[in-house]
Write a protein that binds this ligand. Structure first.
Ligand code: DQA
Length: 147
């Protein structure tokens, strides 16, 4: 049997992590985040695939791909699409594994338009405000719940 697989999806502007509003999102880059997740996954015997896009349709295609490639769980930071995208919610509803929604910042402490998440209607867990550590928390929770 192959290794269990987790897919990590990062939404728009997260390619600028480390240089975009570091007071809000910190100084770690997206590569730092993905490399750290890769190390944890490898140590625990998991296969991991990380993908970032600034385009809604590409994120939806990646969710569709995860339905078919044996992915057990998706960790997703939909970024601004969190607050706007019924299409990403619909795609996640077509995925049968676990879904953890991650936000680097505490969206509830910010502008009111960030308080509503379409994705939360599907997510099995939501992490916000732990900085980039939130991704590790999500991965650890997935690994623990799938052993
Ligand atoms: C974010 C919060 C969103 O409101 C924002 O649009 C982002 C990042 C976060 O990780 O804190 O781009 O998802």
């Amino acid at each position: 049997m192959g290794q269990p697989k987790v897919t990590v999806l990062h939404g728009p502007n997260l390619n600028l992590l480390g240089v975009r509003q570091p007071d809000v999102y910190g100084y770690e880059t997206l590569d730092d985040v993905n490399n750290a997740l890769g190390e944890t996954a490898e140590m625990q015997g998991w296969d991991i695939s990380c993908f970032q896009s600034n385009h809604e349709g590409e994120l939806i295609d990646a969710i569709h791909a995860a339905r078919l490639d044996g992915t057990l769980a998706i960790i997703i930071n939909p970024a601004a699409y969190t607050h706007t995208s019924v299409a990403i919610l619909d795609a996640l509803n077509a995925f049968e594994g676990r879904v953890i929604e991650v936000h680097i910042s505490n969206v509830h402490k910010r502008e009111s338009f960030r308080h509503h998440s379409y994705v939360s209607q599907r997510a099995d867990g939501v992490i916000a405000g732990l900085g980039t550590e939130g991704y590790q928390a999500a991965l650890n929770a997935i690994i623990k719940s799938c052993v």
